[in-house]
Design a protein around this ligand. Structure first.
Ligand code: ADP
Ligand code: MG
Length: 287
């Protein structure tokens, strides 16, 4: 469940990526601002080539931005700018902060499901029998205990993606980043995967950022942003969510109260508003 007032886990400002230089330069991401909060499922949609993968790779410190900042806020409230951090610090930063889920699962076929996850636990500093135990725990969490000793090539696409989700959890990251996670899954497996990601946000308070052009993911998202040509599409009129005061596009959750239309960043804010509308609605008219 999104905590509307929660401090952002990721704060992105002026994020830009230009590939190449001179006449052939491509501005893949242009001057993007974004806040991601704990427990939030954020879906970034956009056509092929709009910059989704580039944006996600920069968020996860796998790709260096051309300009801008990405501040990761730790449990203690301290912030570190991933965009400016020295290369040497990036592996530790990734291990402490991010779990990655890719379209093609990216599992190692020489290893069993358990071993794929245990290797990730090793990289995060858990070794020996503890890594094995952690791997089994995570397989249980994604409902795949019975496939623990299978190699990826013996698993269905849906099962492989579940193993990949378990692997992404090996370092217990506050932020999960998923690039087209349902692209190779059929309708029902895609929906299962979407719900699993939702659960990881709800139960663990993780932030989940998904980039995709898969419309099925909308049902689990708290927020949907549209990327076009490297920038979030600006709608002419933005509304202010009366609960969390965030600027929101007038396209998502809404409610009518005393003849006025109100827009929200999430169903959580909408519910909070409807429980005590006068408190929030009258708050708007204040000084
Ligand atoms: P999406 O994930 O939305 O399909 P990408 O982030 O992959 O978009 O690509 C955005 C733009 O950047 C596209 O025009 C693409 O051709 C270009 N691009 C992506 N990666 C590279 C690269 N490594 N070198 C040059 N151009 C790239
Ligand atoms: Mg892509």
């Amino acid at each position: 469940m999104t905590a509307p007032g929660a401090a952002p886990v990721l704060t992105v400002r002026g994020l830009t990526k230009t590939y190449g230089a001179g006449a052939t330069a491509v501005d893949a991401v242009r001057d993007v601002d974004l806040d991601v909060r704990a427990g939030e499922v954020l879906l970034v949609m956009g056509p092929s080539g709009s910059g989704k993968t580039t944006l996600l790779l920069m968020l996860g410190a796998l790709l260096r931005p051309t300009a801008g900042s990405i501040t990761v806020t730790g449990h203690d409230g301290s912030g570190i700018d991933v965009a400016a951090a020295p290369e040497k610090q990036l592996p530790a930063l990734r291990a402490a902060t991010f779990g990655f889920i890719f379209q093609d699962y990216a599992l190692l076929d020489a290893l069993t499901a358990t071993e794929n996850i245990a290797v990730a636990a090793n990289l995060a500093g858990t070794t020996g029998p503890a890594a094995h135990r952690r791997a089994l725990e995570l397989l249980e969490r994604v409902g795949l205990m019975h496939r623990a000793s299978a190699r990826p090539s013996r698993l269905s696409g849906g099962e492989q993606q579940r193993v990949a989700v378990a692997r992404a959890l090996a370092n217990d990251p506050p932020v999960l980043l998923a690039d087209e996670p349902t692209a190779n899954l059929d309708a029902s497996r895609g929906r299962d995967l979407a719900r699993l990601l939702r659960t990881l946000a709800d139960d663990d308070g993780r932030s989940v950022v998904i980039v995709s052009h898969d419309d099925r993911l909308r049902e689990v998202a708290d927020r949907v942003l549209w990327l076009e040509d490297g920038a979030f599409r600006q709608l002419a009129t933005m509304a202010t969510d009366p609960v969390c005061r965030m600027q929101v596009e007038p396209t998502g959750p809404h409610a009518t109260w005393r003849g006025e239309q109100w827009w929200f960043c999430s169903d959580a804010c909408r519910r909070e508003f409807l429980a005590r509308p006068e408190q929030f609605a009258l708050g708007r008219a204040g000084p």
